[in-house]
Ligand binder design. Structure first.
Ligand code: FAD
Length: 308
């Protein structure tokens, strides 16, 4: 209930101004966001890769309504990827891209602009030896995102995509994308969606996640299991045994600042654990989704505002 309110509020300009304008918000945001500049992101990359983790970096921003800003986001990624190239981390570092940040929301030409910008990012990533994974946003964007994925994979076959278990359609999408060479990040799903397209009940979302996971683990692709949920991690291990997958044949992914102890424990046990590192000044939508996922985060936020 609180989560739905926060997700709905995150799209109201007045709420955005109110939350962003509170001086102490930044302190709380820092728990989930690595900083504002590419240097901040690179610093987090150094720290986390130095601790045995791998990373995927997100330049924060979404629903861009301006073609110049969309091109600017692509440029920001190329600058970041230039810095990653110098670190020479190979596939230990990749980037995550929201197509709505690079033009998808720009009306009739949106898909074309997003594809052009995403292609520039893929070229820079290729030069840095890094992969690109497309984030998945609200349900109205799924067909467009999968279309852009198909087009990108022609030249950059390692391009991956996130699929959201809460969507009714995702089992079928997992089946389509479970072939050899395919990289799919499976997430529960983080947007406010109508009951006509998603499982709303938490237990139903978890069951749907397991069905999708089974399809991906049984298939020929590379599953990226993005969850902080212990039960789903245990089930992943059972499925890996059942389908004969060794540790290099799938990976875990978690968000920056969330369950860092678990991230280290899994990496210490020999798993590939990729931390999703967001950076940039457009943190609002991302931050609100993190608050919505866990009521305790709201209490933490309110305590910080109260100076405690
Ligand atoms: P939950 O049941 O929500 O959480 C399990 C446990 O994890 C909780 O009990 C708690 O201990 C911890 N936890 C979870 N969330 C938080 C939090 N915010 N703060 C503190 N503790 C928390 N969603 C999309 O819709 N599209 C995407 O492209 C996308 N990409 C993602 C990429 C990665 C690498 C990850 C990890 C998530 C991504 N998500 C994305 C978000 C995802 O959909 C979920 O909203 C989020 O991961 C929470 O679900 P969970 O599987 O961790 O399970």
């Amino acid at each position: 209930m609180l989560g739905s309110l926060l997700l709905a509020g995150s799209r109201v300009p007045f709420v955005r101004r109110a939350v962003s304008g509170v001086p102490l918000t930044r302190k709380v945001v820092d728990r989930f966001v690595a900083g504002e500049t590419p240097q901040d992101a690179v610093e987090a990359v150094r720290r986390l890769t130095g601790a045995g983790l791998t990373v995927t970096i997100d330049h924060l921003g979404e629903e861009t309504r301006d073609a110049g800003a969309a091109a600017g986001t692509a440029q920001a990624y190329t600058v970041l990827l230039g810095a990653l190239r110098e670190l020479d981390l190979g596939d230990r570092a990749e980037v995550s891209v929201k197509l709505s940040a690079v033009g998808q929301a720009l009306g009739a030409d949106g898909d074309k602009i997003a594809l052009e910008n995403a292609r520039r990012i893929c070229e820079a990533a290729h030069a840095a030896g890094a992969d690109v994974t497309l984030d998945m946003e609200d349900h109205t964007t799924v067909d467009s995102t999968l279309g852009v994925l198909r087009a990108l994979r022609g030249d950059f076959p390692r391009t991956g995509v996130a699929l959201q278990a809460y969507l009714f359609r995702s089992e079928a999408d997992c089946r389509d994308l479970s072939h050899e060479g395919s990289r799919v990040r499976l997430v529960k799903g983080a947007y406010a969606e109508p009951a006509s397209v998603v499982h709303r009940d938490k237990a139903e979302v978890d069951k749907a996640y397991v069905r999708c996971l089974r399809i991906l683990m049984a298939g020929g692709g590379y599953p990226m299991v993005a969850t902080h949920d212990d039960r789903l991690i245990s089930i992943t291990e059972l499925l890996a045994d059942r389908f004969g997958r060794s540790r290099g044949d799938y990976e875990y992914q978690m968000l920056y600042g969330i369950r860092t102890d678990k991230q280290q424990a899994l990496a210490g046990a020999g798993h590939t654990v990729r931390v999703y590192i967001p950076y940039g000044d457009d943190w609002y939508g991302y931050f609100m989704r993190r608050l919505a996922e866990r009521p305790a985060n709201v209490a933490f936020f309110l305590r910080a505002l109260g100076g405690k």
